[in-house]
Design a protein around this ligand. Structure first.
Ligand code: PMV
Length: 347
């Protein structure tokens, strides 16, 4: 085609699941639907330079991570390219330079796969759009999410905001196993400007990769029940998002976080991903909530860090509590103030 070379830059956010995705079938199809808040501050910025090449027999790309040539990411991206090649026929026609950096520290224990894979998928979609200018914005976003899913499942929830559903659910119109969609119903004011302060309890390498974690659900004794529960929790959450019932919201979200960890504790082999300080934070949040009636809650990823969630109306008091009583449990006192965001941006 006519397109010789160019450069495109996208920033894509991280996301935090309220109802968790944990367990998948072949081709990155989730065992259960999940729903997430798109984040705002935690993001990946990726520039993709492309230039036509002669030899089209294989993929050709370099990765520059935070200013330095990086070989560690190459296998993951190679796998990603292999999976998406049939949906992007131009992939072997160009040499790519992928320059990428995160707004959050590399070794913070915050996974960059969601924001990283969605940023890369969006850059590739921009090339597709150059080649096929007629594609609509809806198609663009849907396909970007579809491609991102093939990089890392939860990445398909990092294209748009502010609430995203991924996985087919009978009560969520338009939901699909293949890509994330914007939550299609009216959301109560209470959830419009939610905060997520991420407490960095342990910045070490993840003890269990999500690939290993998902695979452990194949032989898991409680898997079937768990997948059903997630589906029911989405039904419950749909009602809560309409009524604005913060108490119920907390119950669903905290139960989901603990269930995710319970799945890991009851797999074979078994893992405990929480650290002593994770539990100290959880107990302190419960105590503070009991004493003040404020609607502060937590959720967890597949690691020891704690995401502290609270509504805008209570932000000042909650932040004061976090600074005074929770930051002591963070490694080197590190935490990140984030909030609900509205999706990826073309730079
Ligand atoms: O996208 P993956 O394969 O890294 O899985 C992420 C799974 C959790 O973050 C633990 C839960 C979720 O729904 O995001």
């Amino acid at each position: 085609s006519h397109l010789e070379s160019g450069k495109i830059t996208w920033s894509a956010p991280s996301n935090i699941a309220l109802v968790k995705y944990w367990g998948k079938k072949e081709h990155q199809i989730p065992e259960n639907p999940s729903i997430s808040f798109t984040l705002d501050a935690c993001k990946t910025i990726t520039s993709l330079s492309y230039s036509k090449k002669e030899n089209t027999s294989g993929f050709s790309f370099d990765v520059i991570f935070e200013g330095e040539k990086n070989l560690d990411f190459k296998p993951k991206i190679e796998t990603f390219f292999k999976r998406i090649e049939k949906y992007l026929p131009f992939l072997k026609a160009y040499h790519f330079t992928i320059e990428t950096s995160n707004t959050f520290p590399h070794s913070s224990g915050i996974a960059s796969s969601a924001s990283g894979m969605s940023a890369l998928a969006l850059c590739l979609m921009s090339i597709e759009k150059e080649l096929q200018p007629e594609i609509s914005e809806t198609y663009f976003n849907q396909k970007a999410s579809f491609l991102a899913r093939l990089g890392s499942g939860s990445a398909c929830r990092s294209i748009e905001g502010d609430l995203i559903v991924w996985g087919e659910h009978s009560e969520i119109a338009g939901s699909s196993d293949l890509f994330g969609i914007k939550y299609p119903y009216e959301v109560h004011e209470n959830f419009k400007k939610y905060h997520d302060t991420i407490l960095l309890v342990d910045k070490g390498e993840k003890q269990v990769s999500s690939t290993v974690g998902h695979n452990l659900m194949y032989q898991h004794p409680f898997a079937k029940q768990r997948f059903l529960q997630a589906e029911e929790n989405i039904t419950k959450l749909k009602e809560v998002l309409k009524t604005g019932d913060l108490k119920q919201f907390i119950e669903i979200v905290e139960s989901e976080a603990l269930t995710l960890h319970a799945m890991m504790m009851t797999s074979m082999p078994y893992f405990i991903l929480m650290k002593p300080n994770t539990l100290k934070i959880i107990h302190a949040i419960w105590e503070f909530r009991k004493n003040t009636g404020l609607h502060i809650s937590f959720t967890l990823d597949a690691g020891a860090n704690v995401h502290v969630l609270y509504p805008e109306a209570e932000a000042e008091k909650c932040m004061e509590f976090i600074k005074n009583e929770l930051v002591v449990y963070c490694q080197n006192g590190h935490y990140i103030c984030d909030r609900i965001g509205f999706g990826a941006k073309l730079m």
